[in-house]
Design a protein around this ligand. Structure first.
Ligand code: NAP
Length: 313
């Protein structure tokens, strides 16, 4: 039986765009399904400074636009639709979307991850009114004001550095006594005179009538609770993988919900691959996502050839 496409890539972040390019360039009839717009979490990057080959920082939006352009150049097609379910019948995947069903021989899940929230009082109520999860999107609204950054990983450190250029001052809190972030990033934050770092500190409450005006903080080493005046709260405490589609097909996830694959990005389901931030991996970077997308598309190409009876020797 023929399928609508050889390869369907779900998600158009760094991993999905790279998979699309490699798939299409490898002569696979490749379709990318993306709910919103291409770019994924890379859209939040103001200055991408660690992608090899780009010595001058490039905006995440511009970078992923170029990735999409390159994938289209090789023949990848893009469709804006959300995937609601995937089933597998024999060797054929049926991908249900909000615009109808499509069939394919191989599927690459590049669905990424979504930011976590703290769940403290005031966070949901004031989201979009001073509470934000994206520094480049919302930082400019609070120019020359004092901002709070929550988190201790790479994202929190990167974004605190970006926001420090806009804010009158940054108060950065982290729940433990040292950063999780890469040493070089952490050192830059600690050396920045506009960033005041408070370790062992937790956010208890965000307050304000219509916009954020103050926060209640808690020092978990001294048990002291106090108030700080800030105009914005930026939360960078990690992400949750969007792995429900993989789970629905029976592909194993790790204990925090990331999809487990082998080094060829193969899940336990033949023809189903995972790449990028949805995949269980020790290092989540755009360059890693792009590499994983390429590997997944290459492996999918070999798998499809084998299905067609063209074995690789
Ligand atoms: P992450 O590495 O998981 O760090 C999350 C941080 O938030 C940790 O410091 C964690 O504290 C803290 N946290 C988690 N839950 C919390 C809670 N409920 N309350 C308070 N604090 C909480 O996440 P990330 O920084 O978003 O990075 C995700 C991945 O992207 C990583 O692999 C990272 O390397 C990569 N990334 C890289 C760059 C770069 O290379 N420039 C930039 C951004 C992201 P604990 O430390 O106590 O667990």
């Amino acid at each position: 039986m023929t399928t609508d496409r050889d390869l369907i890539v779900i998600g158009a972040g760094g991993a999905g765009l790279s998979a699309a390019q490699y798939g299409a360039r490898g002569n696979l009839r490749t379709l990318v399904l993306e709910e919103v717009s291409s770019g994924g979490q890379a859209l939040l990057i103001d200055g991408l400074e660690n992608y090899p080959g780009f010595p001058d920082p490039i905006n995440g939006y511009d970078f992923t636009r170029k990735m999409e352009e390159q994938a289209r150049k090789f023949g990848a097609e893009f469709e804006s639709s959300g995937v609601t379910a995937i089933t597998r019948d024999g060797n054929i995947f049926k991908v249900e979307t909000d615009k109808g069903a499509l069939t394919a021989s191989a599927v690459i899940l590049a669905t990424g991850a979504v930011h976590k929230s703290l769940g403290v009082p005031g966070e949901a109520e004031l989201a979009g009114h001073g509470v934000s999860y994206c520094a480049t999107c919302d930082g400019p609204f609070f120019k020359a004001r004092r901002m709070l950054v929550v988190g201790g990983g790479d994202a929190a450190c990167d974004e605190a550095m970006y926001l420090a250029n806009l804010a009158s001052g940054i108060l950065m809190i982290h729940r433990r006594d040292k950063f999780r972030a890469q040493k070089s990033l952490a050192a830059r934050v600690l050396a920045n005179p506009k960033i005041e770092v408070r370790f062992n500190t937790e956010l208890r409450k965000i307050e304000g009538e219509r916009v954020v005006t103050k926060v209640r903080l808690f020092d978990n080493s001294t048990r002291r609770e106090w108030e700080e005046q800030v105009a914005a709260v930026f939360v960078f405490i990690g992400s949750d993988p969007r792995s429900a589609l993989a789970a629905s097909l029976g592909a194993p996830l790790d204990d925090v919900g990331y999809v487990i694959t082998n080094e060829r990005m193969e899940t336990s389901v033949p023809g189903l691959y995972a790449a990028g931030d949805v995949r269980a991996s020790p290092f989540r970077q755009l360059v890693v996502a792009a590499s994983e997308g390429a590997i997944a598309a290459h492996a999918a190409g070999q798998y499809i050839d084998e299905l067609m009876g063209e074995k690789y020797l």
